[in-house]
Write a protein that binds this ligand. Structure first.
Ligand code: UDX
Length: 430
C-alpha cells in the first residue's frame, strides 16, 4: 500500500521505517530540510537500536522515501499517518498546533479518497475535530476519514516494540477504515484490537497512566519499606509471581521521566478536570513522582552540612538507559539543586552528554565513570546504564575521596557495598 507518514520524530520515523520493512511503499515527510537530508544519507537522527540499519535496508530496496514536499507525498497516498508531537502546555492541556498544521496540509493536498491515521497521543475527542477540520479545508472532492492508532513504543526498544507489539489498537468510525487498517497491519501478524476512535484515544492514556501509577505505587511502598525495615526488591519479587500484578514495572527508584508518562499523566488529569471530574489516582501518581525525584538529594542533605565545593559524581543523566533523551529526567532536578548549593558536578553518561550540555554547559562532563568518581566526595546514580552497573563496589572505595553513594536505581546489593567499605543509600532498602 502507498503510505505517507507526517513528522519524523520518534513516533513517525519508527512507524515509517517499520511499515516499509513490512513491504509498504512509504514516504516520510518532515518540513525540516536538514533532517530529511540526514535521513536520505541513511543517518538516524535519534539514538535507537536497529533503526539505522532498517532505514538503510529499506531505502536501498526503494520502499522508503524522504521528502519535504508534502503535497507530492499526500496527494495519492492510500493512508497518511500523523506522528507529530503534542507537547503538554503549562496548564496540562496538549498543544495541538503541529497536528493542526499537518491536517491543513493534508486537506490541501489529497486528490483521492484517503484514510488519515493519527498516531500522536491526543486528548480524547481530538480526532473527531481533526476529521472535521480536514473536511472543512478539503480542496478536492474526495472522501477522508480520520482513525486513531496510538503508539506504544518505548524509547530504546522502539523497533522491537513496533514489529513485535503486544497489540495494535485501531480506533475507527467505519468498517471501511477498519478494513484498511487491518490490511496495513496484516503483514505484522500482531493481535489487533479494533474499537471506536475515542476508546482508542483513551486506551493510550489509560495504559501509560496505569504504568506511571504502578511505578509511583512501588515508589511509595519502597519509602514505607525503608521505614519499617523491609526490602523493596524482595517485596517486588514476591509480588511479581501473581499474574494479576505482573512482573514488569515494579522497580522502585527515583521516579519516572521521559516524553510520555509525565506528559500523559498531566494530560489525563487535565482532561478529567475539564470534564468536571477529579482523577485522584493519577494526581497521586504525579505528586509521588515529583517528590520521588529529589528523594536522594534530600537524604544527602540530612547527611551533609554543605555541598559547597564538594566534587559530586553523577553517573547517568538520561531518563532511562538505551536513549539519549533527557526529557523530565530526574538528573535535571537534582543537578539544579546541587548547583544552587555550590556543588562541583562531574557527570558521566554514555550517550546523554551532548543533550545535557545544552541545559548545563558549565558542569564538567567526564568520558568514563572512573574519571567522574576520582577524588569525589559523593556520588549519585541516576540511570542504570550497563557501563554503570558494571562498576565494582570496590571501585567506589578506591576512587572516591569519601565513598558516599546514593543510588537511585538500586543497582547494587546493599551488603556488597557495605563489605567494600562504601556508605551506600538506595531506595526502599536499608
Ligand atoms: C513509555 C511506555 O512504556 C510506552 O509504552 C509509551 O508508548 C511511551 O512511554 P518510555 O517513556 O520510552 O515508554 O520508557 P519506559 O521504559 O516505559 O520508562 C519510563 C520511565 O519509567 C523511566 O524513567 C524508567 O526509569 C521508569 N521506570 C520504569 C521505573 O522507574 N520503574 C520501572 O519499573 C519501570
Amino acid at each position: 500500500m502507498k503510505l505517507a507518514v507526517a513528522g519524523m520524530g520518534y513516533v513517525g520515523l519508527v512507524a515509517g521505517v517499520c511499515f516499509a520493512h513490512m513491504g509498504h511503499d512509504v514516504t516520510c515527510v518532515d518540513l525540516d530540510e536538514k533532517k530529511i537530508a540526514m535521513l536520505e544519507q541513511g543517518k538516524c537522527p535519534i539514538y535507537e537500536r536497529d533503526l539505522e540499519e532498517l532505514m538503510q535496508q529499506n531505502y536501498e530496496l526503494g520502499r522508503l522515501h524522504y521528502t519535504t514536499n508534502y503535497q507530492a507525498a499526500y496527494e495519492y497516498a492510500d493512508a497518511i499517518f500523523i506522528g507529530v508531537g503534542t507537547p503538554v502546555q503549562p496548564d496540562g492541556s496538549a498543544n495541538l498546533t503541529y497536528i493542526a498544521k499537518v491536517a491543513r496540509q493534508i486537506a490541501e493536498s489529497v486528490k483521492q479518497d484517503c484514510l488519515i491515521v493519527v498516531k500522536s497521543t491526543v486528548p480524547v475527542g481530538t480526532n473527531d475535530k481533526v476529521e472535521q477540520f480536514i473536511k472543512d479545508f478539503l480542496v478536492h472532492d474526495v472522501k477522508v476519514e480520520v482513525a486513531s492508532n496510538p503508539e506504544f513504543l518505548a524509547q530504546g526498544s522502539a523497533v522491537h516494540d513496533t514489529l513485535k507489539a503486544a497489540r495494535v489498537i485501531i480506533g475507527t468510525e467505519s468498517q471501511e477504515a477498519r478494513d484498511k487498517l487491518y490490511e496495513i497491519y496484516e503483514p505484522f501478524h500482531l493481535p489487533i484490537v479494533a474499537v471506536s476512535r475515542r476508546s482508542a484515544e483513551m486506551i493510550k492514556y489509560a495504559s501509560n497512566d496505569f504504568l506511571a501509577l504502578k511505578i509511583s505505587y512501588m515508589n511509595e511502598i519502597a519509602n514505607l519499606c525503608e521505614l519499617v525495615g523491609a526490602n523493596i526488591q524482595d517485596v517486588a519479587r514476591g509480588m511479581s509471581y501473581d499474574r494479576r500484578i505482573g512482573e514488569s514495572f515494579l522497580n522502585a527508584g527515583i521516579g519516572y521521566g521521559g516524553s510520555c508518562f509525565p506528559k500523559d499523566t498531566k494530560a489525563l488529569k487535565y482532561l478529567a478536570k475539564q470534564n468536571g471530574y477529579q482523577l485522584k489516582t493519577v494526581e497521586a501518581a504525579v505528586d509521588v513522582n515529583k517528590s520521588q525525584k529529589i528523594l536522594l538529594f534530600k537524604k544527602a542533605c540530612k547527611r551533609l552540612i554543605t555541598f559547597s565545593d564538594l566534587k559530586v559524581a553523577i553517573l547517568g543523566l538520561t531518563f532511562k538507559p538505551g536513549t539519549d533523551d533527557l526529557r523530565e529526567a530526574p538528573s535535571i532536578d537534582n543537578i539544579k539543586l546541587l548547583l544552587e548549593r555550590g556543588a562541583k558536578i562531574h557527570a558521566y553518561d554514555p550517550v546523554g552528554e551532548e543533550n545535557m550540555k545544552k541545559l548545563f554547559p558549565s558542569i564538567t562532563y567526564e568520558s568514563t565513570p572512573a574519571k567522574a568518581l576520582e577524588k569525589s566526595h559523593l556520588c549519585f546514580i541516576f540511570t542504570e546504564w550497563k557501563e554503570i552497573r558494571m562498576i565494582e563496589p570496590a571501585k567506589y572505595k578506591e576512587l572516591m575521596r569519601t565513598p558516599l553513594v546514593y543510588d537511585g536505581r538500586n543497582i547494587y546489593d546493599t551488603k556488597s557495598m557495605k563489605e567494600a567499605g562504601v556508605e551506600y543509600y538506595s531506595v526502599g532498602r536499608l
